[in-house]
Design a protein around this ligand. Structure first.
Ligand code: PLP
Length: 408
């Protein structure tokens, strides 16, 4: 079928809960992608910060083929070799002593929030408040949209889970004034991803750690987007030197294969004994084998150092485009999670840059209406970065020259 025919079928048979670009993908290699008609694109999004090693990485392809030939699924009624190896690896490379595996970021956070509630309930029946932050994003289950700080994702789904308080991000004073012994957890993204690529301040994370200790509340870091090398460290908490009690990971963890994980310590893992939580597919052998391969490749000092070098190069290029056309402010973010805010006169128009980029064969993302997001593979080549920037430059030039109404 042609692209047009396939899109016609998609519109007939898919629930229209996404606004998809009119591109039907067929294959990828590194940061290159091709649609069914053979048109080539450069992917500066890695599938929303997922494909940490680009598309069709030979190391991941080999791990998938090998594991698929051995065992795809067995259930959590048995011990699974690949799952044990991955848990051991994560424990060795992070603060974690215990891991729960699932299939996505939302599920990892759902597990973390359930753990937080059970932890609170074991202390005091009134200790069940979860504090999170405006513009935060933690997934699309009912509990995770409720903890997330964006009303647009909860509207129409009421009644919502209760006793969740949203506070301003990076505002330690307000957190200090509000947190109490009835708080069971504070949930933070070290860099707000969907909310605009806003890094937490050092002071905010250190203060949150201190306040959680003072009030015996769990500090939960959602590292679904910041984890797995994207920050230039395996996890962003390592760069801040602030260790959470619970950390959630997904996206880059499977490099494109769906897997999520909740990491915690022995002490807090004990509040989730037999029968309290679970998942049929969580920790399945295939996902675990892929994640092991991703960690082995990403958690290499040269690869992690390369993330910061590439980030510098891209930020420099983006800043040059910003200056040339007067549409973009200086880039911000951490490692290869880069946000480029639009200047005040262009607020609300980030999507137009994404659309213009697509016309020029380069994919970018928005992070809210006012911020362009760039999050390519952690091993993108110099040549691909140069080509991506050149195409984006042409897209921004076209947009800057266009009357507003012409670029819907
Ligand atoms: N947490 C953060 C910080 C995210 O950025 C996302 C997805 O964008 C999620 C959680 C949800 O992950 P998933 O879509 O895999 O459920």
């Amino acid at each position: 079928m042609t692209s047009e025919e396939l899109i016609g079928v998609a519109k007939s048979h898919l629930i229209q809960n996404y606004k998809q670009q009119p591109v039907v993908l067929s294959r990828g290699k590194g940061v290159e992608l091709w649609d069914v008609g053979g048109r080539r694109f450069l992917d500066m999004t890695s599938g929303i910060a997922v494909c940490a090693l680009g598309h069709a990485h030979p190391g991941l392809t080999a791990a998938i083929a090998e594991q698929a030939g051995k065992l795809l699924h067995a259930s959590n009624l048995y011990f699974i070799e690949a799952q044990i190896v991955l848990a051991d690896l994560l424990a060795k490379k992070s603060f974690a002593e215990r891991v729960f595996f699932c299939n996505s970021g939302g599920e990892a956070n759902e597990a973390a929030f359930k753990l937080a509630r059970r932890f609170g309930n074991t202390q005091n029946p009134e200790k069940n408040e979860i504090i999170s932050f405006f513009n935060g994003f933690h997934g699309r289950t009912l509990f995770t949209v409720s903890v997330g700080g964006q009303e647009k994702y909860t509207k129409g789904f009421e009644p919502l889970p209760g006793n969740i308080t949203h506070l301003p991000y990076n505002d330690l004073e307000t957190l200090e004034a509000h947190i109490s012994d009835k708080t069971c957890a504070v949930v933070v993204e070290p860099v707000q991803g969907e909310g605009g690529i806003l890094p937490a301040t050092q002071e905010f994370l250190e203060g949150a750690r201190r306040l959680c200790d003072k009030h015996n509340a769990l500090l939960i870091f959602d590292e679904v987007q910041t984890g797995m090398g994207r920050s230039g460290r395996l996890f962003a908490y390592m760069g801040y030197g602030v260790t959470p009690d619970v950390l959630t990971s997904a996206k880059g963890l499977g490099g494109g294969f769906p897997i999520g994980a909740m990491l915690t310590t022995k002490k807090y893992a004990e509040v989730l004994p037999f029968g309290t939580h679970g998942s049929t597919y969580g920790g399945n052998p295939l996902g675990c084998a892929v994640a092991e391969a991703v960690i082995d490749i990403v958690n290499d000092p040269a690869v992690l150092a390369g993330v910061n070098q590439r980030a510098e190069r891209l930020r420099r290029g983006l800043d040059e485009i910003g200056k040339r056309y007067g549409i973009l402010e200086p880039a911000r973010g951490i490692g290869l999670l880069i946000g480029v805010p639009l200047v005040p006169a262009w607020k609300g128009r980030a999507k137009e840059i994404v659309n213009a980029g697509l016309r020029h064969g380069v994919w970018t993302l928005v992070a809210g209406p006012d911020v362009l997001r760039v999050a390519p593979s952690l091993i993108i080549s110099e040549a691909d970065m140069a080509e991506g920037l050149k195409r984006l430059d042409a897209a921004v030039a076209e947009l800057a020259a266009m009357p507003k109404a012409a670029n819907g």
